[in-house]
Each structure stands twice: as C-alpha cells, then as structure tokens.
Design a protein around this ligand. Structure first.
Ligand code: GLP
Length: 260
C-alpha cells in the first residue's frame, strides 16, 4: 500500500490519509474503524450510507469473518434516513445497511438504530433519536461520507449549523446526485431525517471517506476553507479527533495539507 499522511501546519486534530485507489482507501478506513471497535466492549458505532463507505463495510465484514471483530455487543446509530420512506423500500437506508453490513455480521438487530423514515410524529422521532444518542454520551466513532456540495449526513449547506437531529428539506443538488439510485429523480424523497451537526460533533472520533474527482471541491472547502454553514463538513475542522481517508482524486485540490 502506498498511503500518504497529510498534515496541516497548525490543525493537528485533523489527519488526512491519501490512498492510491478506492480499495486501499476502504482497507485503510476499515483498519481504523475496526481497530477502534476492538478497544471497547459495547462500542457505539455511528454509520453512514452512500456509495463511499461500501468498501469500508466490506472490510469490516472481512474482519468479522476472520474472527477479528465481534459485533455482538455493538450498538449502531445511522446518520440519516429519507422521509417519508418505508423500510422495505430498496432505496431506504434500512435496506442499504442490511444489505451492505448488518446481514453479514453478528450484530443484534435490536441494537441497530436508524432515524424513523415512517414516523407519524416525525418531530418527536427526531427528539427521541437525539436523546437516545445523547444519553449514551454520543457515539464512539462516526463514519461519514460527504456530498459533492459539502453536506454531511443530510445536513445541507444553509445559513446556520443545526445542532440536533432534525427534518431536512433536500437541495436540488442532492436530489440530482442521489437520483442515480432511483428509477427517476421524481422518486427521490424531498425530505430526510438527519443527525444534526451537534450530534455528529459529539462523536468521540470521526472517520470521513471520500473518493473521486467530484468530491475534490467539497474536500478542499471542508479542509482548507473557512468554517461556514454553507459547507457543513467544514465544521469538522473543529473536531478533536477526525480522520479523512481519501483517494488521490478526492484529495487532488488540497494545497495546505501536505506530506511532511
Ligand atoms: C447521501 C448521504 C450522505 C452521503 C452522501 C454521499 O446524501 N445522506 O451521508 O455522504 O450521500 O454519497 P456517496 O458516497 O454515494 O457519494
């Protein structure tokens, strides 16, 4: 593996690994996440959907199959879910997580949590989800992807950072990006429930994965731009323990973060 560690002259809380390709990125991210999971019984794992973490999840499944990782006491909390959407819908994040991780490891499904995409009282569902996570003291490690517009979870670019789990109206950009998974853009739900920026920042550790040229601007803005709600991922510059695991393309516009 040929992985470079980039650091910032002053921002020592943020590590950036640049990998040759998606496979290396996935292996590196799985090593970081799996390594952290082994340190604690009853690990609280924050999970993300999207195409970026699929390889990371395959790496975790491999570690489970090799007997290195045990999910039996793990509790998981997903970042977000479309609203409204039925869990059986093959575009729901419930379906995605079962298919890409939960069905392949020994996690107790009673310990799996996602925002309720079908809640009758969605505001109450948001505050219940937030309380549950905060009562646990936040997640131990949060996996993140990033939208091409800099969103994390479904926290879209806006005028202010929203702290707790909340209902989000998706931007046209995100509807367009995510329409590749649906038969047509009309079928993409217009809303979602997402952990807020506060929920995410309360995680003890964060690992963000991103690959491909279409993420290069978002990664540059997140890491080297000002911390502004117009680029939700930029808030990660203030997190005490955050690691970006990127491929060369996603890292291609970084200038201040350098190998040294
Ligand atoms: C969705 C998810 C995000 C994810 C983003 C990027 O909008 N809510 O959590 O980071 O997609 O997806 P991808 O990894 O497929 O580019």
């Amino acid at each position: 593996m040929n992985i470079k560690l980039l650091t910032h002259p002053t921002m020592k809380n943020v590590r950036v690994f640049v990998c040759e390709n998606y496979d290396e990125l996935s292996e590196k991210a799985a090593a970081i996440v799996g390594g952290a999971m082994q340190q604690k019984d009853g690990f609280i794992l924050g999970l993300a959907t999207g195409s970026s973490p699929v390889g990371l999840y395959q790496g975790l499944i491999k570690q489970y199959e090799e007997g290195v990782l045990d999910f039996s006491k793990v509790k998981s909390y997903n970042l977000d879910e479309y609203y409204p959407i039925a869990p059986e819908n093959d575009q729901s994040y419930v379906y995605f997580m079962n298919k890409n991780l939960f069905d392949h490891v020994n996690i107790d499904k009673a310990n799996v949590h996602l925002p309720d995409g079908n809640a009758a009282d969605v505001e109450k569902a948001c505050s219940d989800y937030e309380k549950e996570i905060s009562d646990l003291g936040g997640v131990d490690l949060q996996v993140l992807g990033i939208g091409s517009n800099g969103h994390i979870g479904f926290n879209e670019p806006c005028d202010e950072f929203v702290g707790p789990t909340h209902v989000v109206t998706l931007t046209e950009n995100t509807i367009k990006d995510n329409s590749r998974f649906f038969a047509s853009a009309d079928l993409v739900p217009r809303k979602a429930v997402s952990m807020g920026i506060g929920t995410i920042m309360n995680a003890k550790q964060i690992v963000l994965v991103a690959n491909g040229k279409n993420k290069a601007d978002a990664i540059k803005a997140a890491l080297e731009g000002p911390v502004v709600p117009g680029v939700p991922a930029s808030v990660l510059q203030f997190h005490k323990n955050v690691t970006f695991v990127l491929d060369k393309d996603a890292a291609s516009k970084l200038e201040i973060f350098k190998e040294n």
